[in-house]
Design a protein around this ligand. Structure first.
Ligand code: ADP
Ligand code: MG
Length: 257
C-alpha cells in the first residue's frame, strides 16, 4: 500500500474554513447562522455534517461550496481562497470543481438519464472522460436505465442520476444536502452506498449533510453543528455513537438554556 504524498497542510484537505461566520439580516432580525467555524474536510473521505434543524448545516455547505458569500473568515477549496474570488471566478470554480446533490433531484424532465448526467459538461462545452463516466454509471448502478426519462424512474433512481451528474465531471468535492430526505429507507441506503463507493472505489471526497444517525454511520467522520458552531466530531462513527452524541448535545442545550 502506498501513502499519498501531500504538499503541506492544504494538500491533505479538499476544503477548509477558518473563523467562518455567516449572518443573515440586520438589526433586530439579524441571525448568526455560522459563528466562527473552523473546519477541515479531509480528501478522499466521506464527511457527514449533523445537527438539529437550524443549526447551520446548509449554510456551512453553501459557504464551503461558494454558493453563498461569507460575512467573515476564509474558505479554501484545495489551495484556492474562494472568499477572494469574484463572481466569475466562483461560477467557474463551482462548475469545474464541485458537484452538488440536493434533497430535490432537480433533473430536467425532457432529458434522458444519460443526458441529465452529461448536461453540465455539455453546457460547459467540456468533453467527459469516457472511462470515468463508465465507472460513475457502474458505481450508481443505472446501466440499464440510461435512456429513461426522470418520470419513468423511481425517486431513488432519480437521486442516483443526480449523484452521477455530480460525479461525472470528476469534481474535487461533492456536497450533498439531505440527499436521502425524500427517499424511503431502502432507496436512501442505495444512495448512501453509492456515495460511499465513490469515495472508496473512485477516490472522491464527499460532504453529506443529514439528520439521520444511520446515514452518518456511512461516514469516515461526523461533525456536529449546534447553534452555528462545531459542537463535536467523531471518526468512524457507528449509528449508536451518533445517537449518543445527539442525546448528549440535546441535554447540554436544555441545561444551557
Ligand atoms: P440547517 O440546514 O441546519 O437546518 P440552515 O443553515 O438552513 O440550518 O440555517 C441556519 C440559520 O440561519 C437558521 O436560523 C435559519 O433560519 C437561518 N437562515 C438560513 N438561511 C437564511 C436566509 N436566506 N435568510 C435568513 N436567515 C436564514
Ligand atoms: Mg438544511
Amino acid at each position: 500500500m502506498t501513502t499519498p504524498i501531500t504538499t503541506g497542510v492544504a494538500g491533505a484537505f479538499a476544503a477548509r474554513a477558518e473563523n467562518l461566520t455567516k449572518a443573515y439580516g440586520a438589526g433586530q432580525s439579524r441571525v448568526i447562522a455560522l459563528d466562527g467555524v473552523d473546519v477541515a474536510i479531509a480528501r478522499n473521505r466521506l464527511t457527514a455534517v449533523m445537527g438539529p434543524s437550524g443549526s447551520g448545516k446548509s449554510t456551512l455547505l453553501h459557504c464551503l461550496a461558494g454558493l453563498d458569500a461569507v460575512s467573515d473568515g476564509r474558505v479554501w477549496l484545495g489551495d484556492v481562497d474562494i472568499t477572494a474570488l469574484d463572481d466569475k471566478g466562483l461560477t467557474r470554480l463551482r462548475r469545474d470543481r464541485i458537484g452538488f446533490v440536493f434533497q430535490a433531484f432537480n433533473l430536467l424532465p425532457t432529458l434522458t438519464a444519460l443526458e441529465n448526467i452529461t448536461l453540465p459538461a455539455d453546457l460547459a462545452g467540456r468533453r467527459l472522460d469516457r472511462e470515468w463516466l463508465d465507472a460513475v454509471i457502474d458505481t450508481v448502478g443505472l446501466g440499464d436505465r440510461l435512456s429513461h426519462r426522470p418520470g419513468e424512474l423511481s425517486g431513488g433512481q432519480q437521486q442516483r442520476v443526480a449523484c452521477a451528474r455530480a460525479l461525472a465531471g470528476r469534481p474535487d468535492i461533492v456536497f450533498a444536502d439531505e440527499p436521502t430526505g425524500n427517499l424511503d429507507s431502502q432507496a436512501g441506503a442505495e444512495v448512501l452506498g453509492l456515495l460511499r463507493r465513490s469515495v472508496d472505489g473512485m477516490g472522491q471526497t464527499v460532504v453529506l449533510v443529514t439528520h439521520d444517525p444511520s446515514a452518518a454511520a456511512y461516514a469516515d467522520e461526523v461533525l456536529f453543528l449546534a447553534d452555528g458552531r462545531v459542537a463535536d466530531r467523531r471518526q468512524r462513527p457507528t449509528a449508536d455513537d451518533v445517537l449518543a452524541m445527539m442525546r448528549r448535545l440535546a441535554g447540554r442545550r436544555t441545561c444551557g438554556g
